[in-house]
Design a protein around this ligand. Structure first.
Ligand code: T1G
Length: 700
């Protein structure tokens, strides 16, 4: 079936694109558009409209084609063909016109969009930049500042915003094709010019060099090691100083360097990984999903309140249960305060806030939850407490209600065993702040039914989370691996590093914040408290927690006490080195017989990251994660792992499995098997010359 069809309506040639699921600009579509535009030049049509079938206008280049040999015609040829058309071309936009799709629309002479449509240039989220004229045409229409915001953020904007920026010429509420055809007739009747964006020049006075310097500073800080964002600024600057065709040449050169970069390969990997992680392997296609129209949250603390906001934000009624009226009021006040902050940042209107708050209610009586469709327990992280709660829920909740626990590492099977309906019990592990963090680790218990798991995974998408399915083990996927990351950080610290060196090394590597600064921010006492109820095996070897224990016992719990691994200014919270922390490090090294030695940044980076990878491989061996890319989704969406590294497992493939394995074996020889037991899967892949990606694909 051809992905492009053509008909003349009211004297207008309608080029209809149909390449499901998102009309990606794949080779066949490119060829079809060029043929249609060229053919129309000779027919009776007075003007042309490009419209798409399905749920959206062209959502960009076909990302699956990147990294493969390029096939002509290219997107730039499609763009030039449309722009050079002797008959005016109107783009009729619905859904999301993104990337190459929006560039195609910018090559049309006029653009008409549904009011519900969105447009954008999200290439930067794939480690790329617009490669088909977007960096040259967008600033010509919207101005340099607005274009830089659009392209460096990669965020889509509404049709009304695009109209205000001249990126769209007309917005209609419905009947898009009819509206676009009559718009084309109107333009043809009026003898409207072929408005080519390329002919618009930018007044250099509106874009002085300082403006670009300001953007480089802001974007450079946020981009943290990513190359594409800064290249975008260079391209837009070229749109001001160079003629269109020279600007396009520069854009193409930067695009080509990005598309073949490891950063873009990593971010494209994550694009598909985030879509794959929602799929449950081996689940029958007809597995039901229970309807969730109401949710009960046990516990109105920071996590409970944040979880409640996710559901209210998408129109689902929530009832928060607390042990007392005071505690409940505190919880509801916290939610109102959080919404207030979002409104003050202009990300939500007052009305939207009130609509959400109207959906959030409270109770101190379990009977108040007897009719809800789903429960999410977010109470104190203690197994006995959670078992008591689930026993009560079992007694009051209606048959078929999903009973979920937000535990970060407790045994979901033991929690389920406290009920008579373990098949309805599942883990739904949110990350703090729960109304912000995208990741939702869904934990499948031994007796969780396929319907229960399927419902939890689907509701994740409803509340705009990215789900990843985990099996039951201590810490599931994320925390089990993160524990090794922290333990190896501590070994590097007690073994010869300093807090500054370790944090700088990991920031250089791409982490938004170093592990010890993160510990100070979240509170060193949190993990200290958890260790008090852990077994020795769960705690690990003393050298890995001797320093944080000593700091906490000195009252140094981190930012909240003004001191931890660093000292913090009481007013500004500015961080500074603190010799006392180093005294503690040296004292604990002496106490545990650790001989400190100089340690390089590279050794720190490799040991800390390879500790993650090794444990990730063991998690795959144990079947705790469905696929390697799920682990990448967990770490880039839950633990601030740099997206341009693609996640721990993708990074291992990029570095080379053999190299990673050999390094881990050398650490085993240095530090012992108790700490560095190489994963059997890693050994197998190293000997077979395979990657995690290949291993994962073979099992998909
Ligand atoms: N190429 C290939 N496949 C794509 C695709 C694309 N551009 N976009 C989506 N898919 C697949 C996706 O993998 C999934 O497959 C299915 O479509 C549904 O997607 C030259 C260089 C459009 C907002 O970055 O943001 O143009 O899992 O689950 O939630 O300058 O998809 O079913 O097998 O995400 O409704 C720029 C990417 C490309 C937009 C729809 N464009 N797409 O969201 O569905 S680079 C983008 C999206 C470029 C030019 C450059 C979203 C969406 P499967 P989905 P959704």
């Amino acid at each position: 079936m051809s992905v492009v069809s053509y008909e003349i309506i009211d004297g207008v040639g309608v080029i209809r694109l149909n390449n499901p699921p998102v009309n990606a600009l794949s080779y066949a579509l490119r060829e079809g558009i060029i043929d249609a535009v060229n053919a129309a030049q000779a027919d009776a049509s007075r003007a042309l409209v490009i419209v798409c079938d399905g749920r959206t206008f062209v959502a960009g280049a076909d990302i699956t084609e990147f990294g493969k040999p390029a096939r002509e015609p290219s997107t730039t040829t499609v763009i030039a063909t449309i722009e050079q058309s002797a008959k005016l071309v109107v783009a009729a936009i619905h859904g999301t016109a993104l990337g190459g799709g929006f560039e195609l629309a910018l090559a049309c002479h006029y653009r008409c969009a549904l009011s519900s449509a969105k447009v954008g240039l999200p290439e930067v989220k794939l480690g790329l930049l617009p490669g088909a004229g977007g960096t040259q045409r967008a600033p010509r229409l919207a101005g340099v500042d607005a274009a830089l915001e659009l392209i460096t953020s990669g965020n889509a904007i509404s049709a009304s915003k695009a109209l205000s920026l001249n990126l769209i010429d007309r917005v209609v509420d419905d009947e898009l094709l009819a509206a676009a055809v009559s718009y084309a007739v109107e333009l043809a009747d009026a003898g409207a010019e072929l408005k080519k964006v390329r002919d618009i020049s930018i007044d250099p006075a509106t874009a002085p060099a300082e403006l670009f310097d300001k953007w480089r500073k802001t974007v450079g800080k946020k981009a943290r090691g990513q190359t594409a964002p800064l290249l975008i600024i260079d391209c837009v600057a070229a749109a001001v100083t160079l003629p269109m065709d020279e600007g396009l040449v520069q854009e193409r050169a930067h695009f080509t360097s990005c598309v073949s970069s490891p950063q873009s390969a990593a971010m494209r990997h994550l694009f598909f990984a985030e879509r794959a992680s929602a799929k449950i392997k081996g689940l029958a296609k007809d597995t039901a999903v229970r309807e969730v129209k109401s949710v009960g949250i046990i516990g109105g603390g920071t996590m409970g309140g944040g979880i409640a906001m996710n559901f209210a934000n998408v129109g689902i009624a929530v009832t928060i249960l607390e042990v007392s009226g005071e505690a409940l009021q505190r919880g509801l006040d916290l939610v109102r305060k959080n919404y207030g902050i979002t409104v003050s940042k202009g990300k939500l209107s007052e009305q939207q806030m009130n609509d959400c708050l109207a959906l959030i209610d409270g109770t101190t009586d379990y009977e108040g939850l007897c009719d809800v469709d789903m429960i999410i327990e977010a109470a104190f992280e203690n197994l006995e407490v959670k078992q008591q709660i689930f026993a009560k829920l079992d007694a009051v909740c209606k048959p078929g209600a999903i009973l979920a626990t937000n535990t970060s590492y407790q045994d979901v099977d033991q929690i389920a065993a406290a009920t008579s309906r373990p098949e309805d019990v599942v883990g739904m592990h949110f990350f703090s702040p729960a109304n912000v963090m995208k990741l939702l680790e869904v934990v499948r218990g031994e007796k969780s039914s396929p319907v229960t798991v399927n419902t939890a995974m689907k509701i994740a998408k409803t509340i705009n989370k990215i789900p990843a399915l985990a099996g039951v083990c201590y810490g599931f996927i994320g925390n089990r691996m993160f524990r090794n990351y922290i333990a190896e950080t501590q070994r590097c610290l007690i073994g010869g590093g300093t807090p500054e060196q370790i944090d700088n090394a990991m920031q250089q590597w791409g982490m938004a914040m170093g592990p010890l600064s993160v510990n100070d921010l979240s509170g060193i006492d949190i993990s200290y408290a958890a260790r008090q109820t852990q077994t020795q095996e769960q705690k690990g070897e003393p050298a890995c927690y001797a320093i944080p224990d000593a700091l906490v016992e000195m009252g140094r719990k981190g930012q909240k006490t003004g001191a931890g691994y660093y000292r913090y200014d009481a007013k500004t919270r500015a961080k500074s080195s603190d010799p006392i922390a180093m005294e503690v490090v040296e004292a604990m090294a002496a106490k545990h017989g650790v001989e400190r030695r100089p340690i390089s940044d590279e050794e720190i980076q490799n040991r800390v990251i390879y500790a993650l990878i090794n444990e990730g491989a063991k998690i795959l061996e144990d079947g705790i994660a469905q696929r390697p890319s799920d682990i990448d989704v967990v770490f880039t969406n839950g633990y601030a792992f740099p997206v341009f590294r693609g996640g721990p497992m993708h990074y291992a493939d990029a570095v080379g499995i053999k190299k990673v394995y050999d390094s881990i074996c050398s650490y085993r020889d240095q530090f012992g098997e108790a700490i560095w037991k190489p994963s059997a899967l890693l050994a197998q892949l190293a000997s077979e010359g395979k990657t995690f990606n290949q291993w994962g694909q073979e099992r998909e």
